[in-house]
Design a binder for this molecule. Structure first.
Ligand SMILES: [Zn+2]
Length: 247
């Protein structure tokens, strides 16, 4: 997608008007769900402190892109703290513009800033934008589609970085021990819910010293299993690893 074909100036004008109109309208953030853990003991029992969170569509930005979108010298304004220490939903939102001017008007920016900008969508979001976003592990964005981001002070054209973030579970190395898994391995996540129990394969283990035990699924996945009504959650090692280069 080239900026030229989108008549960038016109698009910016149009979307800035809309950004102004919607600015200040907070997008609800899903609260983490902690249903009753699976019964049974042993090394690989699902821990009772397992949290499952729905990660709604969001954007990660570089410092440079924050300034381009929100103004010179601007930094993100931390809003709601996320479950993982140090991470937050920023007050700032951007508009995402796809091909043929299809757009999502108010997408939350998450902080802190990163070394590359990345847009994480659920499949439904990607369809409404007209972007074929592949499932990728965060950071593995080589060859993914781009989009245009528009903020109150300017626009940024991303040549790549629009993905559906692969379902994953954050955990510490101690949690890895307890669950019998390693960073980069896959688990199976089963969410038992009245009339819509779902098992999700290929839940990626993302281990980090400071991480708290938390599953991240997207809004489509959370809706499919009616997460808010979940009665039981089970995670089990799948016995295989991811082959991508992102971890
Ligand atoms: Zn995550």
């Amino acid at each position: 997608m080239s900026a030229g074909s989108m008549e960038r100036h016109q698009v910016e004008q149009l979307v800035r008007q809309i950004v102004r109109r919607v600015a200040g309208g907070a997008m609800p953030q899903a609260s983490p769900i902690v249903p009753a853990p699976a019964a049974g003991g042993g090394k690989q029992a699902t821990p009772s402190n397992l949290v499952v969170s729905i990660s709604a569509r969001h954007v990660h930005l570089t410092d440079a892109h924050v300034e381009k979108l929100f103004g010179p010298g601007r930094k993100l304004t931390p809003g709601k703290a996320l479950f993982q220490d140090g991470f937050y939903a920023a007050e700032e939102t951007v508009m995402i513009v796809g091909p043929r001017r299809r757009m999502l008007p108010e997408v939350r920016v998450l902080g802190p800033t990163r070394n590359f900008s990345q847009v994480e969508l659920a499949m439904t979001d990607a369809i409404s934008l007209g972007i074929q976003a592949p499932v990728r592990h965060s950071g593995n964005i080589e060859g993914t589609p781009g989009c245009v981001l528009v903020g109150p002070a300017g626009a940024v054209e991303l040549s790549q970085g629009v993905i559906r973030a692969a379902r994953h579970v954050h955990m510490s190395f101690e949690d890895c021990e307890k669950l019998g898994v390693k960073n980069g391995e896959f688990m199976t996540l089963t969410i038992k819910s009245p009339q819509c129990t779902v098992s999700f394969e290929d839940l990626l283990v993302r281990a980090d010293k400071a991480a708290k035990l938390e599953v991240h699924i997207d809004t489509d996945e959370g809706n499919a299993c009616n997460l808010e009504s979940a009665t039981e959650i089970i995670i089990k090692p799948q016995g295989k690893s991811c082959s991508c280069q992102a971890h």
